[in-house]
Design a protein around this ligand. Structure first.
Ligand SMILES: Cc1cc2nc3c(=O)[nH]c(=O)nc-3n(C[C@H](O)[C@H](O)[C@H](O)COP(=O)(O)OP(=O)(O)OC[C@H]3O[C@@H](n4cnc5c(N)ncnc54)[C@H](O)[C@@H]3O)c2cc1C
Ligand code: FES
Length: 263
C-alpha cells in the first residue's frame, strides 16, 4: 500500500455527472488488482476531513497510470470534479481485497449496475489477458438508470459485447440487470462477478442457487480505509447457519463471496 501525492493527468466529465480521473502513479498501477480501491483526499484542506473510497477503474502498468471513474455524489466528489490536470492529489492505495481471477476458459458472468460497474472494467481487462482474447465464455451484463449512463461503449472497446438493461428502457432490456441476467443466462456459469447498488446485489443473492460462486463488491462509508476505525463493518456468515462475525469492508473486502453476506 502506498500513500502518494500524485499528479492529475486528466479529469474529464465523460458522462453526465461522471468523471474519469487519470493519475500518474507507477507504483500503484503496478500493485493494483481488480476490485481494489484508492482512498482519496478530495481537498487540500481538512474539509472534508475523511478520504473517499473510489475503485480502480483501470491500471495502465506500462505507462504508470491509474484511472478512476466516479460520480459526483456529494461534497467530496464534487471537489474532486473541480480538479484540473497538473493539480496534485493525495491518495492511499491500492487498498482492500479484490476479485479472485478465473482460470483461463472458465465460464463467467460479469454483472454491473450503474457506477458500480466501474471496477469491473479493470476485471474485464485482466480476464481478457488471462483468456488470451478468447472471450466466448465471458458474458457481460450492464445496467443503468438510463442509456447515457451505461458503460457499454467502454466495455465494447475491450472486445466484449455486453447485454444491457436500463430502468427507463432507453437502451436494451427495460428493467433490472438481474432480471436480464436471469432471462438470458440463468445459472449456467462457473462464477459470477458483480458490483452495484445494494438492491441489485440483494436480488442477485436471491436469484442464485447455493452452488454458484459469486463474488460481489460492497460499499460502506469509510473512515481510515485500512481496518483501524471500524466505521465500515458488515456482517459475514460464520458456518452454515445464522452465526456471523463482523468484517471490515476496507480490509477484508470490498469483495466478498455473496454467500457470506446477509441481505
Ligand atoms: C470500496 C468502494 C469503492 C467505491 N468506488 C466508487 C467508484 O469507483 N466510483 C464512484 O463514483 N463511487 C464509488 N464509491 C462510492 C463513493 O465512495 C461515494 O460516492 C463517495 O464517498 C461520496 O463522497 P461525497 O463526499 O461526494 O458524498 P457525501 O456528501 O459524503 O455523500 C453523498 C451521497 O453518497 C453516499 N455515500 C457516501 N459515502 C459512500 C460510500 N462510501 N459508499 C457508498 N455511498 C456513499 C451518501 O450516502 C450520500 O447519499 C465507492 C465506495 C466504496 C466503499
Ligand atoms: S474504514 Fe476504518 S476500519 Fe474500515
Amino acid at each position: 500500500m502506498y500513500n502518494k501525492n500524485t499528479a492529475i493527468i486528466k479529469n474529464d466529465e465523460v458522462m453526465p455527472g461522471h468523471w474519469l480521473l487519470c493519475l500518474d502513479s507507477p507504483d500503484i498501477a503496478r500493485a493494483a488488482s481488480p476490485g481494489q480501491f484508492l482512498h482519496v483526499r478530495c481537498s487540500r484542506t481538512l474539509d472534508p476531513l475523511l478520504r473517499r473510497p473510489l475503485s480502480i477503474y483501470c491500471a495502465d502498468r506500462e505507462r504508470g497510470r491509474v484511472y478512476i471513474l466516479y460520480r459526483a455524489a456529494g461534497r467530496g466528489t464534487a471537489l474532486l470534479a473541480g480538479m484540473r490536470p497538473g493539480d496534485r492529489l493525495d491518495v492511499m492505495g491500492p487498498l482492500g481485497k479484490g476479485y479472485t481471477l478465473p482460470s483461463p476458459g472458465r465460464s463467467v458472468a460479469v454483472i454491473g449496475g450503474g457506477i458500480g460497474a466501474a471496477p469491473l472494467f479493470f476485471l474485464l481487462s485482466e480476464i481478457k489477458a488471462i483468456y488470451s482474447g478468447r472471450l466466448e465464455n465471458v458474458a457481460v451484463f450492464l445496467g443503468a438508470a438510463t442509456g447515457e449512463l451505461l458503460l457499454a461503449s467502454q466495455t465494447a472497446a475491450l472486445g466484449f459485447s455486453p447485454y444491457t438493461a436500463t430502468d427507463d428502457g432507453t437502451v436494451g432490456f427495460k428493467g433490472s440487470v438481474i432480471d436480464l441476467y436471469i432471462d438470458t443466462n440463468g445459472s449456467k456459469v462457473d462464477r459470477i462477478y458483480a458490483c452495484g447498488p445494494p438492491p441489485m446485489l440483494k436480488s442477485l443473492s436471491r436469484a442464485l442457487g447455493p452452488d454458484i460462486r459469486a463474488e460481489v463488491s460492497v460499499e460502506e462509508r469509510m473512515g481510515c480505509g485500512v481496518g483501524a476505525c471500524l466505521s465500515c463493518v458488515c456482517k459475514v456468515r460464520e458456518g452454515a447457519g445464522e452465526e456471523f462475525r463482523y468484517a471490515h469492508v476496507c480490509k477484508d473486502g470490498p469483495v466478498f463471496s455473496i454467500q457470506d453476506l446477509f441481505f
